[in-house]
Design a protein around this ligand. Structure first.
Ligand code: ATP
Length: 298
């Protein structure tokens, strides 16, 4: 897979505050890449640096494996904050103004962008009549002018209602399927789990981990079991692994095993041979949430 962006040891200070402490990660082509972290972890600072709005104090980054150049910049569309569209103009006319100021794309591109964000049937309505979700989608349409390879979005679902959030998330997956690479900041684990294929987790300016969500997420198999006697069940499971815990409230025993090693049939047969009949046996994947809290000690 080609690399769209390589970030190498980026450091950023605001006076005495160190917002980024030497962050490095790569973004593969065609992914939805989430930069995840709590408030103040440095996500917006990182996006600002990548878009040349801010200068790093040290480190560097390269888009499309090349030294900085205006041509590469044309391949990057961005939405850092809700753009100042004119309320009394239609969505279409607003995009026309954006297009003529930015010089990105052409007339066809405006229609294409409106189509991608599903605003074609409302293109002639005044911006002031749009829902918050539609306003955000128009912002994404503006970022899509010129059909850039990469979209950089800062907290794209912030402030939206559940329907608006679902629409934007669906849109991001569709844009990825159409070949765009999306880099987005988010503080919502749930969002990253639902939308992103890759993630970098930041905490107070330090990169905790990065990689494919499936890998970051699933570092362990969690087998959850239940039987009438939990203590005996826990005792006979020791042959599979040592990390066993009993949850009396949930009436379950949990067995942690290395990723991909849990074989439910074997565990079931073993219990049966030892005279224990299971009434519950399930393989769960460790959720990003658990991993995130573990990483951030939160
Ligand atoms: P949020 O989700 O709250 O926007 P974030 O993860 O995007 O957080 P940043 O906004 O990049 O984080 O902030 C990282 C750190 O840098 C924070 O400690 C913040 O207070 C600080 N910071 C950000 N911008 C400035 C600035 N212009 N001047 C001084 N400090 C700043």
């Amino acid at each position: 897979m080609n690399t769209v962006l390589s970030i190498n040891n980026v450091v950023k200070y605001y006076g005495p505050i160190q917002a980024l402490k030497g962050v490095s990660f790569d973004v593969p082509e065609g992914c939805v890449f989430g930069i995840l972290g709590p408030n103040g972890s440095g996500k917006t600072t990182m996006l600002g640096i990548l878009l040349d709005v801010l200068k790093p104090n040290a480190g560097n980054f390269a888009w499309f494996n090349q030294k900085d150049g205006a041509e590469q910049r044309k391949q990057i569309g961005s939405l850092l904050e809700t753009p100042n569209f004119y309320h009394y103009l239609s969505g279409y006319n607003n995009l026309k103004i954006t297009q003529s100021i930015s010089g990105r794309g052409n007339e066809d591109g405006i229609h294409e962008a409106l189509e991608k964000v599903k605003l074609t049937n409302r293109k002639n309505s005044k911006f002031s009549t749009y829902s918050l979700g539609m306003k955000q989608r128009l912002g994404i349409a503006a970022a899509l002018l010129g059909n850039p390879k990469v979209l950089v979005l800062d907290e794209p679902t912030n402030g939206l209602d559940p329907v608006g959030i679902a629409e934007i998330r669906e849109l991001m997956v569709e844009l990825k399927n159409q070949g765009h690479t999306i880099i987005m900041a988010s503080h919502l684990l749930d969002e990253v789990e639902k939308v992103c294929t890759h993630v970098a987790i930041l905490k107070t300016g330090t990169l905790l981990t990065s990689g494919a969500v499936a890998e970051v997420l699933m570092d362990e198999d969690i087998v959850e079991l239940s039987a009438s006697d939990l203590n005996i069940l826990a005792a006979i499971l020791t042959q599979f692994g040592k990390d066993i815990s009993i949850d009396k409230k949930q009436n379950t025993v949990t067995l942690l095993l290395p990723k991909g090693s849990a074989k439910l049939e074997d565990i079931n047969a073993h219990c049966f041979n030892k005279g224990i009949t299971l009434n519950h046996l399930i393989l769960k994947k460790k959720r990003l949430e658990a991993k995130f809290f573990e990483l951030t000690n939160n």
